[in-house]
Design a protein around this ligand. Structure first.
Ligand code: NDP
Ligand code: AOF
Length: 460
């Protein structure tokens, strides 16, 4: 989050490691360049021969820098580095930086590892030392111009003697923006937009969150081939394979919070923590339990493995003793008459706590409410070659009663995970940047047989 988000917001969690690659494997970003703040279609007074535009010293097209293969390679590397921070930097963005010396040789690299810690540029400059003088800093996000928990990166770059800064995506946060202009005012050559789609895809959750003032929501479910997420008796352990479930733990590790409803809490007594991902920081475990009756003493979410929050109605009789080990969040009831808590209020409250990405793990009733509230940014469905014939469908009532109201999605990926299939899709009318795919470029040790199956989109 540039400077403000990068530096001033509170409630951040500390480091988590994530997959080494942030994209959907196709180098595409559903945040098209036209929607990347500061991209060619969102110009900030691009440099041109037009006299009235020449007051802006920042080149928005990055043409000269793009032509330099060393700079391009450095940006690719910076995007990879940024992804290492996924899940550990909120409420800040993920940022990667590579410093090239005056001869375009890489001499330093770094990434933002945790909120409150040094920014990517600072890590990279420290590694580069004096070799940074006269060199180029290649950064995935506009260097910040703001003093928060750390100093402004623009100033650090100037003091290090950097001659050129190439960044991919402009910082959309009001407090942090202005780094590019500060650099240019100090005589540094500045270019914006190199590999902007890739960098925006890697930062999709944060960019969406700061734009919408609510966390980016990924709804994940595990279903049979006939679309059921539990048997008729409510049992659901397990539908998908160990490989697919291990993949879910990586999704959890990349998320700031994991959310379930009271029905799931009652049926499954879920743990909701990250298991089997070395170095992962635990996400906030959230149970949406209107009447404060589903989370009972001894519940696995109260085991202290990670923080837990139980969202209850403002007038619920929550027993602090029963919920020892969890924080209780009081929220208004939903006003639409369907019962439960107000979903936008829940998301706003989570955002206020620094949560920028939510993994919604069900069940179908709560997922339906999120879909109805238009609060699902990405769907990750794990389909197992299993049939049940009876049992609840993956999605409950979402306020859709006729086919013309169907929520159409665009599939961005399908991947074989062990014996199962993982399908990722985003709302077709979404203007959000694509979240980075759950697919690692290099399969993690826990995903033993991931095979990318080309979608129709890929073939076309
Ligand atoms: N295979 C899979 O991927 C998964 C399967 N499951 C299975 O699903 C089943 C449970 O499903 P379900 O009962 O739907 O569970 P949910 O987790 O969706 O919980 C539903 C409950 O959440 C509470 N809630 C709070 N706010 C809202 C709101 N705004 N809108 C809707 N509900 C709200 C309501 O109860 P109240 O208001 O009283 O709090 C509601 O009854 C189990 O069998 C479980 O095993 C669950 C998750 C994933
Ligand atoms: N049954 C089912 C899933 N169920 C989900 O996993 C939760 C249990 O998490 P934990 O207690 O941490 O292991 C459960 O409450 C529900 O949200 N997930 C899957 O990937 N595959 C499956 O077959």
């Amino acid at each position: 989050m540039g400077g403000s988000a990068r530096r001033t917001e509170t409630g951040a969690r500390s480091a988590k490691r994530s997959s080494p690659f942030p994209f959907d494997g196709k180098g595409r970003s559903p945040w098209p360049s036209s929607r990347v703040p500061g991209s060619a279609q969102f110009p900030k007074a691009p440099r041109s021969p037009c006299p009235q535009r020449q007051e802006d010293p920042v080149a928005t097209h990055a043409a000269a820098a793009t032509a330099d293969p060393a700079v391009r390679d450095a940006m690719r590397r910076a995007v990879e580095l940024a992804a290492r921070g996924l899940g550990s930097t909120s409420p800040n963005p993920v940022v990667g930086c590579v410093v090239l010396d005056a001869h375009d040789r890489p001499v330093g690299e770094g990434w933002h590892q945790r909120a409150g810690g040094p920014h990517a540029e600072v890590h990279a400059l420290a590694e580069a030392g004096d070799d940074a003088r006269g060199g180029t800093a290649v950064v995935t996000l506009e260097p910040c111009n703001h003093t928060g928990r750390t100093g402004p990166c623009a100033q650090a770059l100037i003091e290090a003697g950097i001659a050129r800064v190439v960044y991919a995506v402009a910082d959309p946060t009001p407090d942090a923006t202005g780094g590019a202009r500060a650099l240019a005012a100090a005589g540094v050559e500045v270019h914006e937009g190199l590999l902007a789609d890739e960098a925006a895809a890697g930062n999709a959750a944060w960019l969406t969150a700061v734009t919408r003032r609510r966390p980016f929501v990924v709804w994940k479910y595990a279903a049979t081939l006939d679309g059921r997420i539990a048997a008729a008796d409510g049992s659901s352990r397990w539908i998908t394979s160990g490989e697919a479930r291990a993949d879910v733990h990586r999704l959890r590790a990349e998320s700031d919070a994991v959310v379930v409803g009271s029905g799931t809490a009652r049926a499954d007594d879920p743990h909701l923590a990250v298991r089997g991902v070395p170095g992962a920081e635990q996400p906030l475990r959230v149970v949406v339990d209107t009447e404060a009756r589903a989370v009972v003493p001894g519940a696995r979410v109260l085991d202290g493995t990670g923080p837990t929050l139980v969202a209850v109605a403002e007038d619920a009789e929550a027993d602090a003793g029963d919920l020892a080990g969890a924080e209780v969040l009081r929220l208004p009831r939903a006003a639409d008459g369907r019962g439960g808590l107000d979903i936008p209020a829940l998301l706003t409250a989570l955002y206020g706590r620094g949560v920028r990405s939510v993994l919604l793990e069900g069940g179908p009733t709560l997922a339906g409410a999120f879909v109805e509230a238009r609060a699902v940014d990405r769907v990750v469905g794990y389909l197992a070659p299993v049939l049940l014939g009876e049992g609840p469908a993956a999605l409950g009532s979402a306020g859709i009663s006729t086919i013309v109201q169907a929520l159409r999605l665009t599939m961005t990926e399908s991947v074989r995970i062990g014996p199962d299939l993982r399908i990722t899709a985003v709302p077709a009318d979404s203007d959000a940047p694509a979240a980075p795919s759950a697919a690692p470029a290099v399969p993690t040790p826990t995903v033993t047989t991931a095979t990318v199956i080309p979608t129709a989109t890929e073939e076309s």
